[in-house]
Design a protein around this ligand. Structure first.
Ligand code: GTP
Ligand code: MG
Length: 158
């Protein structure tokens, strides 16, 4: 049975999380964005996998994790511990602002992908050029619905 998919955008401040969501929704690059986009729900019939999909923004400005000096991978581990059992959240690694660079960042990304098995896939995109925007959200949806690794580890929380 297919449940709703929730996609949470996390990343350092100013990387373009809010712009990516707004570009997806309006199909154009928003010159000005609020720190955080309202949660949006994409109805099942307009998603490729036919599953209602919620997209949740996270503002760098709200990041208590940064204030107490936590890294994003550690933050995600803590997030998974807030469930009663340990879930493995599938991750998509996103390189936004590809319009600003001539080269591909794949060489930088591959070692990170090897280090974190949670990373299902990576994608280079640009909220500004609308490059790979719908693809990115599709990959995220696919990572939840058809993960390549186990999503559930039956270890009890300590
Ligand atoms: P916080 O909410 O502060 O964590 O930032 P954010 O990750 O939501 O970034 P935001 O969408 O506010 O974008 C930060 C800046 O980057 C803004 O000036 C955007 O216009 C710009 N920006 C976002 N995406 C792109 C992109 O693909 N290309 C370029 N050139 N600029 C971008
Ligand atoms: Mg933002």
């Amino acid at each position: 049975m297919k449940k709703d998919v929730r996609i949470l955008l996390v990343g350092e401040p100013r990387v373009g999380k809010t712009s990516l969501i707004m570009s997806l929704v309006s199909e154009e690059f928003p010159e000005e964005v609020p720190p955080r986009a309202e949660e949006i729900t994409i109805p099942a019939d307009v998603t490729p996998e036919r599953v209602p999909t919620h997209i949740v923004d996270y503002s760098g400005k709200d990041y208590t994790v940064y204030k107490i000096g936590l890294s994003i991978p550690l933050f995600l581990k803590l997030l998974t511990f807030s469930f009663g059992v340990v879930f493995r959240l599938p991750l998509i690694l996103v390189g936004n602002k590809s319009d600003l660079v001539e080269y591909s960042s794949m060489e930088t990304i591959l070692p990170i992908m090897n280090q974190y098995t949670e990373i299902e896939t990576c994608v280079e995109c640009s909220a500004k050029n609308l490059k790979n925007i719908s693809e990115l959200f599709y990959y995220a949806q696919k990572a939840v619905l058809h993960p390549t690794g186990p999503l559930y580890c039956p270890e009890e929380k300590e």
